[in-house]
Write a protein that binds this ligand. Structure first.
Ligand code: FAD
Length: 376
């Protein structure tokens, strides 16, 4: 049996950043990731500036990567009405292929045992620790962190409510991503709405542009399960998207896709597993803030976990403090994101909102601030 202070399940942004902080604090850490780095992920790849200092502190050389800095926002309705505004403090663009790979390298250097290409099959609670089964081995860990993203085999194992009792309006979404070469301005992020979904477009590293959309799964069913038909029949009714889909062909042979995206409420602790990132709660992507929230949760959890591992905090207090801090920091952001997303799925409401934003200064800024937090 392999024993570690912490076992981290899922090597996305929450898991990798959590692992680095714990290893730097002197704890033994094993991290499991199903895929092998580097790999592409469905994500808009726009990161709010909130997490710039944190990533730099962890050792990501952001200044040397010459990343697009984004401070201008354009949004259109399904018919093509447009609103633009400055984004303050804005964000930056970096592909998940690059960022997750860089973080995995930093984690290894910090001493984390990074087991990529290794899927966790189950986690069980022994009464005082967890046992994690992965790749035909069992690992004993004092702390188990669930950083496995939006949805995983482990949600079924843990009988999580959102998994067992999905609410159709909040649980039937899918995401599609392309990388393209485009001439859209480097400092701009665009969000183009269409019936039952929206598509974000912004520049990332290596001169590429990320085009990523979220759509209700029923739209794909109506299109006979064919993504090309869906894009032609639904997305391209928006004149901006029609133009972009014709001008900017995908650099992938086929799009990256994920289904069964669920925005229902989740819990930050399950069977003594500390959940962070999307596994604890998923904010609708139109906020452009899920990645910063995932990293922010790890920054909040790391000192508490370290106090537990050094005997300064007992398990009950660790779990209570983390769950309370998580609620205080993120739950109202997620609620606001869900509400805003429900308005933008509706073509008439989107038209009204964009019209209102053009005549009410401060409306857009107010909505954006509801889903964002401070630098950490
Ligand atoms: C369409 C779409 C667009 C988005 N655009 C943006 C955006 O522009 N900006 C933004 O900030 N956020 C965006 N988000 C949200 C953002 O992608 C997530 O909030 C963020 O990736 C969460 O990080 P995480 O570490 O929680 O999960 P993830 O990054 O998803 O990482 C979880 C990892 O766990 C692994 N895993 C799962 N199960 C297991 C298992 N059993 N064993 C081992 N490994 C496992 C997975 O392979 C995965 O690598 C978007 C989301 C969607 C759906």
């Amino acid at each position: 049996m392999n024993s570690f202070d912490a076992g981290i399940i899922g090597g996305g942004l929450a898991g990798l950043t959590f692992s680095i902080q714990l290893a730097k604090a002197g704890h033994s850490v094993v991290l499991f990731e199903t895929h092998t780095y580097p790999f592409h992920k469905v994500c808009g790849e726009y990161i709010s500036m909130e997490s710039w200092p944190f990533l730099q502190r962890l050792g990501v050389p952001l200044d040397d990567l010459h990343l697009p800095r984004i401070n201008q926002f354009r949004i259109s309705s399904p018919k093509g009405s447009l609103f633009s505004t400055k984004l303050k403090p804005g964000g930056f663009g970096i592909s998940r292929y690059t960022l997750d790979h860089l973080l995995a390298g930093i984690a290894r250097e910090a001493g984390v045992m990074v087991l990529d290409g290794t899927k966790v099959d189950s986690v069980s609670w022994t009464g005082s620790s967890h046992e994690i089964s992965a790749g035909n081995k069992t690992y004993s860990v004092k702390i188990a962190a669930g950083t496995y993203g939006k949805r995983s085999n482990l949600d079924r194992n843990l009988n999580r409510d959102f998994f067992l009792n999905p609410k159709p309006a909040l649980s039937e979404w899918m995401g599609i991503k392309y990388h393209v070469n485009s001439d859209i301005a480097e400092n701009q992020i665009e969000l183009h709405n269409f019936e039952d979904g929206y598509c974000g477009i912004s520049r990332v590293d290596l001169g590429r542009t990320c085009m990523c959309y979220l759509v209700r799964s029923k739209k794909l069913k109506e299109a006979g399960g064919d993504v090309n038909v869906l894009e032609e029949a639904v997305l391209m009714r928006n004149p901006f998207l029609r133009d972009y889909f014709y001008k900017y062909p995908s650099l992938y042979e086929s799009p990256k896709a994920i289904s069964q995206i669920n925005f229902q409420k989740k819990s930050a602790i399950e069977n003594h597993i500390l959940m962070a990132g999307d596994a604890a709660g998923l904010i609708p992507p139109l906020s452009g803030n899920g990645m910063s929230m995932a990293m922010n949760a790890s920054a909040m959890l790391a000192p508490l976990a370290s106090d537990f591992l050094t005997g300064k905090l007992d398990r009950e207090n660790l779990e209570q403090s983390y769950a309370t801090q998580w609620e205080q920091k993120f739950s109202s952001r997620i609620r606001s994101g869900r509400l805003i997303q429900s308005w933008f799925g509706n073509p008439v409401l989107t038209e009204v909102l964009i019209g209102s934003a053009n005549v009410i200064p401060g409306l857009a800024k107010g909505l954006i601030s509801l889903t964002h937090g401070k630098e950490f």
